[in-house]
Design a protein around this ligand. Structure first.
Ligand SMILES: *[C@@H]1O[C@H](CO)[C@@H](O)[C@H](O)[C@H]1NC(C)=O
Ligand SMILES: *[C@@H]1O[C@H](CO)[C@@H](O)[C@H](O)[C@H]1NC(C)=O
Ligand SMILES: *[C@@H]1O[C@H](CO)[C@@H](O)[C@H](O)[C@H]1NC(C)=O
Ligand SMILES: *[C@@H]1O[C@H](CO)[C@@H](O)[C@H](O)[C@H]1NC(C)=O
Ligand SMILES: *[C@@H]1O[C@H](CO)[C@@H](O)[C@H](O)[C@H]1NC(C)=O
Length: 397
């Protein structure tokens, strides 16, 4: 009975809103030749019945959207909502495995293990921080370089420190470099690298590490924790570059590009190698495969995760938006979703070459002069290219 009454209240509210819109539209009706009012009646109802998505991700996002909808939530504590809206799986601690997904995702049992791992922990966004640099932005940097790395990649981090990630003052601007790490867990048969990491961190003081399993599908967790970290530790950074540890970044070119921006351009800056009109891969063999039971629809425009550049202002807005976007297993798509939430789209910049440059130019120093990012590059190549670009003898027409 109580349920029926709640549904009735909900239906009545929707009908009243409909009627109000009808009055508004009627007032704008056309006049015919004789000056009489001709009321235009829509041929089809334009208010769709609220039905839950079948794809799990879409449904979770739909629930979050409705819960955050100020009109729907203004005068009800969720009690007037359709009952499936209360199916949030968030009953208790979101960081405990949510075994309800095993029945809510129809082909759960036949999905590859990484999906099961992702789905069970999809609602958890807080993991303890193990290594932090609380004072690294005491002097707010002009540019923060944040590099997604994995614990065993010591050589890549060292090459970055000795080349494009050299922290300090470059071209008169302060640059701070940090490395973002999760945990290389024994469950994935990683050797115990904790002592080596502690040694590295004591020496360089540039590791940020959280205690979650560092896997491809958890890169979104890394993104969300990083957005929060910026607000807590580095909210004064003017610009942020976030990228992988197998890219070469022309830091000189970034600083030069940033210097040329006008104030409004700088405030809303988000540039990279932008992918538009993409959707989920349905081929099981592809790394980016996403089953239909998980997600339907297109992706918003997004900048490839190899590296993108944005303003500190946008970082704050993204941090806010991320709280209203359900975690998606592909981190760069997720960032695109958050950007869409704040009404922005990333901008394509020709200097971001996440798909490399033509082979014949790769050993030509001048080819890198006007580029911002090239992927992929080994540690040795990073050091070589940086030496070319730093040489006062380099002349290119
Ligand atoms: C919302 O509920 C409160 C108390 O139940 C009531 O005083 C108020 O008029 C309601 N507002 C609207 C817009 O219905
Ligand atoms: C949602 O459902 C649970 C039980 O399944 C109930 O305890 C809770 O009060 C419900 N919440 C709302 C907002 O209806
Ligand atoms: C750095 O700043 C100094 C003084 O402020 C100026 O003379 C110099 O030209 C600047 N160098 C660059 C590369 O902008
Ligand atoms: C993400 O990290 C958590 C915490 O370590 C782990 O339980 C979960 O399985 C990981 N998810 C994936 C997809 O690896
Ligand atoms: C983030 O959200 C809080 C609370 O809703 C708001 O006060 C703040 O202005 C928002 N910040 C940005 C940058 O949008």
């Amino acid at each position: 009975m109580a349920l029926l009454r709640m549904r009735f209240k909900f239906v009545v509210t929707v009908m009243m809103v409909n009627f109000f819109i009808f009055i508004l539209i009627s007032r704008h009706s056309n006049q015919d030749k004789n000056g009489n009012h001709k009321v235009q009646i829509p041929s089809k109802p334009f208010w769709h019945k609220l039905a839950p998505f079948l794809a799990y991700y879409n449904r979770q996002q739909q629930i979050l959207d409705l819960q955050n909808n100020p009109i729907l939530t203004a005068n009800s504590s969720g009690a007037d909502m359709p009952d499936w809206l209360n199916d949030t799986s968030l009953a208790s601690d979101p960081c405990l495995p949510n075994y309800r997904v095993t029945t809510q995702v129809k082909d759960y049992n036949s999905l590859p293990g990484r999906f099961k791992d992702f789905l069970l922990y999809m609602h958890c966004r807080s993991y303890p921080i193990m290594k932090d640099q609380t004072d690294i932005c005491k002097e707010p940097p002009f540019l923060l370089l944040a590099v997604k790395s994995l614990a065993p990649h010591f050589d890549r981090r060292q090459a970055i420190r000795q080349s494009w990630g050299r922290a300090g003052v470059i071209a008169n601007q302060t640059v701070v470099t940090i490395f973002l790490l999760g945990n290389a867990t024994p469950g994935d048969h990683h050797p115990d690298l904790s002592e080596m990491l502690s040694h590295e961190n004591a020496r360089h003081k540039d590791l940020i590490q959280w205690n979650f399993r560092d896997s491809f599908f958890n890169l979104t967790v890394k993104e969300v924790l990083f957005l929060e970290w910026i607000q807590n530790r580095c909210s004064g950074a003017r610009f942020i570059f976030k990228g992988d540890d197998d890219v070469f970044v022309n830091t000189y070119r970034i600083l030069d590009f940033l210097k040329g921006l006008s104030e409004p351009q700088a405030r809303d800056l988000f540039v990279g190698d932008v992918i538009t009109n993409a959707g989920p891969h349905r081929d099981k063999r592809v790394k980016y495969f996403i089953p239909e039971s998980m997600y339907v629809g297109m992706y918003p425009p997004y900048a490839g995760g190899g590296g993108y550049l944005y303003s500190g202002d946008i970082a704050a807005r993204l941090h806010n938006a991320s709280q209203q976007v359900v975690l998606y297993p592909i981190d760069d798509v997720y960032t695109g979703m958050c950007l869409r939430k704040i009404g922005l789209a990333p901008e394509k910049h020709k200097g971001f070459r996440t798909f490399n440059i033509e082979e014949k130019y790769r050993s030509n120093p001048c080819a890198y002069k006007s580029l911002i990012l090239v992927h992929p590059r080994t540690p040795q190549e990073m050091i070589q290219i940086w030496a070319w670009l730093s040489s006062p003898d380099l002349t290119c027409q």
